[in-house]
Design a protein around this ligand. Structure first.
Ligand code: FPP
Length: 304
């Protein structure tokens, strides 16, 4: 059985799997109070102008990003693919810190899918090494920014060395109350749903609980993201119009924002632009728009 199917829910509501990985971390009850951009965003810069356009009362609570285009970034420079992944770390660093300073509750980065295991072994090994290196180098910044680090995915498929490094990062930042930073690793959206179903079945087998129907809230509580708000904003880089098996359940109502920019070139300026565009969207959740109802419909008027 996948390790992801054997979680324990602690009294605090935080989920741990059988090896103490935090997979369903609770989110901070209060919005992040610090909006300190001093020394982070230069006075008079385009970023400062973008910042002034953001309504902090309507931030996306959860931003999810499909980081794509590392390979193309490298190919355009006649570099090996792994050089693109290495260059992508600077974008990760910038986006994590910007999200924390903005006051978002959750940021989820899609770093390695279950399908990515089919890539050449040297590329997979290098990606895993990069992750470990990132954590070692960034732990201090995560702490300074009150960021809690978390991993979602089938962590049992990662090597013991990688798991131990990730576990160390999670334990060290567990008490942080600002941004919850999820890295999706060995992750697949369909696999997450299958894992949730198996966990529900296992729980029923253990407790002999009555076979009450499972509703949406109950089902979501068995996902890796249990206790977290669903993504409000889904960003994808490199211009591809695909979901790629990412957070399939959770993005039901997410606003999608796609940029042609390749991931290694993505920075806070585009993140701020994505948030501004998100705030201009009319989120209807299947209802009619937020504009006043027309008194009488003129021919051809679309209302939903
Ligand atoms: C997609 O680009 C990107 C990945 C599969 C890996 C992303 C990983 C990183 C940015 C580094 C490590 C991450 C963290 C969170 C520390 P691609 O290789 O599919 O690009 P292509 O479509 O242009 O070939």
């Amino acid at each position: 059985m996948s390790q992801a199917a054997a979680f324990l829910l602690t009294p605090s509501g935080v989920c741990y799997d059988s090896t103490s990985f935090r997979v369903g971390a609770t989110t901070p009850a209060m919005p992040h109070p610090a909006r300190d951009f001093e020394g982070f965003i230069a006075k008079g810069s385009p970023e400062e102008r973008l910042l002034s356009l953001i309504d902090f009362a309507r931030l996306p609570r959860h931003i999810a990003i499909i980081m794509d285009g590392n390979g193309r970034w490298a190919r355009m420079r006649s570099l090996p693919r792994v050089a693109g992944h290495r260059a992508g770390i600077a974008a990760v660093r910038d986006v994590v810190e910007t999200s924390a300073r903005l006051g978002c509750q959750v940021l989820t980065l899609y770093a390695f899918s279950l399908e990515n295991w089919k890539r050449p072994r040297p590329e997979v090994d290098m990606l895993m090494d990069l992750l470990r290196e990132y954590l070692r180098k960034e732990l201090r910044t995560l702490q300074e920014n009150n960021i809690a680090f978390n991993v979602i995915g089938r962590v049992d498929e990662l090597s013991p060395a990688v798991r131990s490094e990730l576990q160390g990062g999670m334990e060290a930042t567990r008490g942080n109350t600002g941004l919850l930073f999820n890295i999706a690793l060995s992750y697949g959206g369909r696999a997450e749903i299958v894992d949730a179903v198996n966990r529900i079945l296992a729980e029923r087998g253990r407790s002999g609980a009555a076979r009450a129907p499972v509703d949406e809230a109950k089902f979501a509580s068995f996902l890796y993201t249990a206790g977290q708000p669903d993504p409000d904003l889904l960003i994808r880089t490199s211009g591809e119009m695909r979901i790629s098996n990412f957070l399939l359940w959770q993005i039901a109502y997410a606003e999608i924002w796609v940029t042609e920019t390749l991931w290694p070139d993505f920075r806070r300026r585009e993140l701020l632009q994505a948030v501004i565009d998100y705030q201009k969207r009319d989120r209807r959740y299947g209802r009619v728009g937020s504009e006043p109802e027309p008194v009488s419909l003129s021919p051809g008027k679309v209302t939903a």
